[in-house]
Design a protein around this ligand. Structure first.
Ligand code: SIN
Ligand code: FE2
Length: 207
């Protein structure tokens, strides 16, 4: 049996096919307002293989000069990001175990050859909140490790409709996407995979 690192939860088939279809429509509307762009690595300016956008009050972006950061505006249109779809806010309420809403939803789009190197999600102020991610479309091979880069890793497939939560001791686990399995889902008519990652960025103010 596959043992995931402590604090990492995989919920297979969390979303029904109908819910996945509705969510894809929501994401199409997000992308119509906040077009996909190609993120670039800090310093080298090397293009990442995914295309991305965001919804929420804050969006995660990266470019050569200013590196990884959150900002309120789309880097190309200069407009605020569109709101996070209700279905995602409900998923967060159900599975995050965190009282405050997420502020950012990163939308990553993977074509057949795209991947994502092993990394930690650590650009947020608040690691008390988990990171919750939803997979849509083609299956991928996801790799998750420990909180050090050299730690042991395990690999699992993420299918369309699966949810992963990195919380508590698992919040800073290294993770990445080693490959996409093309044509494994009929959800997206032109294929590929969408990953939606919900994050709390700022620490809530105590009232
Ligand atoms: C990410 O870590 O930013 C994306 C993970 C995924 O695509 O499943
Ligand atoms: Fe990540």
């Amino acid at each position: 049996m596959l043992v995931l690192p402590k604090g990492v939860r995989h919920i297979p088939h969390c979303l029904s096919t109908d819910a996945q279809r509705a969510l894809v429509e929501d994401i199409r509307a997000v992308v119509a307002d906040a077009p996909l762009f190609t993120p670039r690595m800090p310093r080298t300016g090397k293009e990442m293989s995914v295309r991305m956008t965001n919804c929420g009050s804050l969006g995660w972006v990266t470019d050569k000069d200013r590196g990884y950061r959150y900002q309120t505006m789309h880097p190309l249109t200069g407009k605020p990001w569109p709101p996070i779809p209700d279905m995602l806010l409900k998923l967060w309420e159900e599975f995050s175990g965190y009282l405050h809403p997420p502020e950012a939803c990163v939308v990553n789009f993977y074509r057949d050859s795209a991947k994502m190197g092993l990394h930690q999600d650590r650009d947020e102020e608040d690691f008390d909140a988990p990171v919750l991610s939803v997979s849509l479309g083609d299956t991928c091979l996801f790799r998750i490790g420990e909180t050090t880069r050299s730690g042991r890793t395990v690999s699992l497939k993420l299918d369309s409709g699966d949810v992963i939560v990195l919380g508590g001791a698992g919040r800073l686990c290294y993770h990445g996407v080693d490959r996409i399995y093309p044509a494994t889902s009929a959800l997206l008519k032109n294929g590929g995979r969408i990953n939606l990652t919900l994050r709390r960025v700022t620490r809530p103010t105590v009232s």
